[in-house]
Design a protein around this ligand. Sequence first.
Ligand code: IMP
Length: 197
Amino acid sequence: MKKLCIASTNKGKIWELKSLLDGVFELYLLEDFGALPEAEEPFESFLKNAKNKAKHYAKFTGMPTFSEDAGLCVRALNLFPGVRSKRFIAESGGEQNAFARLENMLAAKDDRRAEFVCVSVIFDPQSGQIFTGKGAMQGEIRFPAQGASGFGFDPIFTPVGYQQTIAELGETVKSAIGHRGKSVRALLKNYREKMSS
Ligand code: IMP
């Protein structure tokens, strides 16, 4: 089985990604390589950030390295926070404060539609090959926050066709209908097609 390092420092993501990639690759985590300098996310594009992270960490792992960039895009806020989701939570001083800020920003807006976007990348430092996959999940933002599963904005996001938030629906549903599951499945398709041609 081929080796793959999951290059993420987000525990919620690692949990989800392991369940999606286990059995396909022999998985490693960044902690297997000691303390590494954290990758930056300077770009206004999920794809560019994901590639940047995979290439950064592959310098240290020396093996095919998986990275992804994800975020919540709110329609009425011009797709904000989007690629800035992580910074938005950090600058707000944590998730609860970020939820409160979003609630304020949406107070005068009727349109609560939003989508989660995830772009996944595998970079192979030996061959220089890059494999990519994108996934999205449509839904709407609802307050107050509900549910304890998942991470990030999951407690305020209700997917289309459901009445509960992702944090209430749980990991099995999230993996089946969520942006990360779709993104990783598209990535694996791209990987298998390129490897067999
Ligand atoms: P990044 O991809 O590490 O830059 O993460 C961006 C931020 O978006 C995370 O810190 C989360 O707050 C949020 N985010 C990304 N994916 C999800 C998700 O699946 N559920 C909820 N929030 C997410």
